[in-house]
Design a protein around this ligand. Structure first.
Ligand code: GLU
Length: 417
């Protein structure tokens, strides 16, 4: 089966939502295409003196509700279609949680484990210099995504500020605390995933404290979600990363698993529990809650037929193909979509940007409380749309809320020129 193109998935999700919205076709068409995509070839000197070239992108999808906002991904799978899709999902993510941003995304096609730290710094600074004319505190505000974090954000901030001869900490979010970052930002994506799981279990009259949980992907989003869901009393019985999956019917101490991964590089081999348990076994395990927290297209229609979880909460962006979504809807599996469940990252990015502009730092408690309010309000808005309009599932309900907000902003300001 051909790999699903994530950009086509995004467009299909918008078409599905438009059936339940009174939106003109020409306005919808605008919402299905990025405003602009910058495609770059970076030439960077390696440690041995040779020069290597890298394909890099920044897509600015829609700015009707505020500055473009979204992360920068370092991965061999980065290409134009993926970056366009991810930038579009950011538009509807910032709209569903109602923070004043548009959507953007960037990426470099590389495997960071192939490069030294000094090479990664030169690659990152080269990328920052190329995107500098496009970004800015009020224009486009990048952030971390897969395989990038505080280190890369600090380099980008420093490159921008040096070239612009100014201080502008709000040009990028996800920075280290001492470089203008926010408390709670690292945990924010996993934390909103936990809130989304808690809310949907509550809505369905189920108890998360009694639930069994499988988490696919044990990076920043997946591991924190696992920790916080375990804290609510659930048993996290299976987790995986790109090197394998582990299973324990009694439930893991998810923080020990995280320490093990930090020390050894993977979850595989933890407590000798690795053996015959693979990624597909995890995704089709008979659990109450499945949290895909890795990459796009983790579950296609065939695999969806075998999914046994009652509820799916998407910590990754785009983990279900549209066909998989249809299968799960048909099976009455409730899916809390990525644009809401993992929106904690961009929401605390917004708090970081606000703090940068105020030159004032919030406490971690304030960050977490305000995040909880944003995510529960967004969840309630999604449920209202789910119950009031004849939508088939929670994803379409979330898109109905989000597209309506973007269209209202667009129609309120008119077309230029
Ligand atoms: N990369 C994250 C996402 O996909 C965070 C984006 C941000 O903080 O701007 O939502």
């Amino acid at each position: 089966m051909a790999e699903t193109n994530p950009f086509e998935s995004l467009q299909e999700q918008l078409d599905d939502a438009s059936e339940h919205l009174d939106v003109r076709d020409d306005v919808l068409e605008r919402l299905k295409q990025p405003e602009r995509v910058l495609e770059m070839t970076l030439s960077v000197e390696m440690d041995d003196g040779s020069v290597e070239t890298f394909n890099a992108y920044r897509s600015q999808f829609n700015g009707d509700r505020g500055p473009y906002k979204g992360g920068i991904r370092y991965h061999p799978g980065v290409d134009r279609a993926e970056v366009k899709a991810l930038s579009g999902w950011m538009v509807y993510k910032t709209a569903v949680v109602d923070i004043p941003y548009g959507g953007g995304k960037g990426g470099i096609e590389l495997d960071p484990s192939d490069y030294s730290e000094s090479e990664l710094e030169r690659i990152t600074r080269s990328f920052a210099a190329e995107i500098r004319p496009l970004i800015g505190e009020d224009k486009d505000v990048p952030a971390p995504d897969v395989n990038t974090g505080q280190r890369e954000m600090n380099w980008i901030k420093d490159t921008y500020e040096t070239l612009e001869n100014t201080t502008a900490p709000g040009v990028i979010t996800g920075k280290a605390l001492e470089n203008g970052g926010s408390k709670g930002r690292v945990e924010a994506t996993g934390r909103s995933t936990m809130f989304a799981a808690r809310e949907v279990f509550d809505y369905l009259g189920k108890d998360l404290a009694d639930a069994t949980v499988a988490v696919q992907g044990y990076g920043n989003a997946g591991s924190v979600a696992a920790n916080l869901i375990e804290d609510l009393g659930a048993d996290v019985v299976a987790v995986s990363d790109s090197s394998g999956a582990i299973y324990d019917p009694e439930g893991f101490d998810t923080r020990h698993v995280k320490d093990f991964k930090r020390d050894t590089g993977s979850v595989a081999g933890y407590d000798g529990a690795a053996e015959e348990f693979g990624n597909d076994d995890l995704l089709t395990l008979d659990v109450d809650l499945l949290v895909p927290a890795a990459l796009e297209n983790a579950i296609d229609a065939d695999l969806a037929e075998d999914v046994q979880a009652d509820v799916v909460v998407e910590a990754a962006n785009g983990p279900l193909t549209p066909d998989a979504d249809d299968v799960l809807t048909e099976k009455n599996v409730h899916v809390v979509p990525d644009i809401l469940a993992n929106a904690g990252g961009v929401t605390v990015s917004y708090f970081e940007w606000v703090q940068n502009r105020q030159r004032f730092q919030w406490t971690e408690q304030r960050v977490n409380e305000e995040l909880e309010a944003v995510i529960t309000d967004a969840f309630d808005a999604m449920i209202d749309a789910y119950e009031d309009s004849d939508v088939p599932n929670l994803r379409t309900a979330a898109y109905v809320v989000a597209v309506r907000r973007v269209v209202d902003a667009y129609e309120g300001s008119g077309t230029w020129p």
